[in-house]
Write a protein that binds this ligand. Structure first.
Ligand code: SAM
Length: 189
């Protein structure tokens, strides 16, 4: 069995948007307790790699292709560590299920969620190779459109997906950016 109900959300996102291929290097942000790690590990197979990070300690996942460490994605040193783990080759996919501690105050929870999603986006721009993909959780609200517009400048296209498995949490959705664009070649370079 999977460690979290979230596992079914990643299965649905992948089945819907075609995110994970065999042999991929996948970076999972906010990975505890590890349901997404289990799904990603199965789908990348023996030749793939999954790197997970969370504020919380992540219990060892029973797959040889998974490594995890503890870190705060709002800190630069965590991103440096990820760059070192992923190496020159870069990642094929960054997935983020990061969520703030809920206060119940809607505007605050939304703003914190967008802040974490932006951390995931910045990290994805650093780690992904050309053509790479990002799937990131957000709570719906007033700052979502601006965030989506920023993602749209960096990917071939962006979709919003509400997995059935998250229908209970109605304000939650995932933005999926497909195909990281390479920097335009400037004349004279
Ligand atoms: N996808 C996971 C799974 O399948 O087991 C569930 C993730 S849970 C919904 C959200 C996670 O985001 C929590 O474990 C939380 O600790 C983590 N998180 C929140 N803020 C974070 C941050 N700044 N850096 C790293 N992880 C963070």
């Amino acid at each position: 069995g999977y460690r979290s109900r979230s596992a079914y959300k990643l299965q649905q996102l992948d089945d819907d948007a075609g995110l994970i291929a065999e042999g991929d290097t996948v970076v999972d942000l906010g990975a505890a307790p590890g349901g997404w790690l289990q799904v990603a590990a199965e789908r990348v197979g023996d030749h793939g790699t999954v790197v997970g990070v969370d504020l919380q300690r992540i219990r060892d996942v029973d797959h040889e292709n998974v490594e995890t460490f503890r870190g705060d994605m709002t800190e630069e040193r965590t991103r440096t560590k990820l760059r070192q783990r992923v190496g020159e080759q870069g990642a094929d996919l960054v997935i983020s299920d990061m969520a703030p501690n809920m206060t119940g105050e809607y505007g605050l929870d939304h703003a914190r969620s967008i802040h974490l999603a932006r951390q995931a986006f910045e990290t994805a721009l650093e780690l992904l190779g050309p053509g790479g993909d990002l799937a990131v959780k957000v709570f719906d609200g007033q700052d979502l459109a601006d965030f989506r517009a920023d993602m749209e400048t960096e990917f071939e296209y962006v979709r919003a997906i509400h997995p059935d498995a998250s229908r209970d949490e109605s304000s939650e959705l995932y933005l999926v950016g497909k195909g990281l664009l390479t920097a335009p070649v400037r004349v004279g370079d």
